[in-house]
Ligand binder design. Structure first.
Ligand SMILES: [Zn+2]
Length: 179
């Protein structure tokens, strides 16, 4: 089956930066709903569209097509006592960036001093060109429910039961591998 709108694609991947430093070895394949549901980077969908099981390719995606340029204004220094303990570099918190009242931003702790903490609101992969080694291992038609939800359900069939809610606590795959 060829990859097209509303197919569920399983792809092995390895992610490196432009200098070939490994970022993620993709121990788990990425499973995503193809067709503009923003389950994965548009450039990856573009590359795989129309392809079949067994297709393998390496693509490089520039920052503007991945996680954007690094924005130094998204760095902020916070009083340590405003953050929970214990605190470690690499922890992430949701906050609102200076001057933006819309979407909350995920801030990563990048430095801890005695009484101050540096928080970086950039995506950890911002400003980086990303090199993906991709290898398609499965393609199947999405179910109507998956299409309605805009995401893939569990490999062995995710059941929402009779509850009217969308049950986000279930075994939904979050197919974006980069978080
Ligand atoms: Zn669902």
């Amino acid at each position: 089956m060829k990859i097209a709108q509303n197919t569920v694609v399983t792809v092995n991947y390895k992610l490196s930066d432009a200098q070939n430093n490994l970022i993620e070895d993709g121990a788990q394949p990425m499973v995503y709903l193809h067709g503009g549901y923003e389950n994965t980077l548009p450039k990856i969908e573009e590359e795989l569209d129309g392809k079949d099981v067994g297709y393998a390719s390496t693509i490089q995606i520039e920052p503007e097509d991945a996680f954007g340029d690094y924005d130094p204004t998204l760095l902020k220094v916070e009083e340590r006592n405003r953050l929970p303990e214990p605190l470690e570099v690499g922890m992430q918190f949701e906050g609102v960036a200076e001057g933006s009242e819309d979407e909350p931003t995920i801030f990563t702790v990048t430095e801890i001093a005695d009484d101050k903490v540096v928080l970086d609101g950039n995506h950890p992969l911002a400003g980086m060109a990303l090199r993906f080694e991709l290898s398609v291992i499965d393609v199947r038609a999405a179910t109507e429910e998956e299409i309605a939800h805009g995401h893939v359900h569990g490999a062995h069939g995710h059941h929402h039961g009779d509850e009217p809610d969308e049950g986000e606590e279930g075994d939904h795959f979050r197919s974006q591998p980069l978080q």
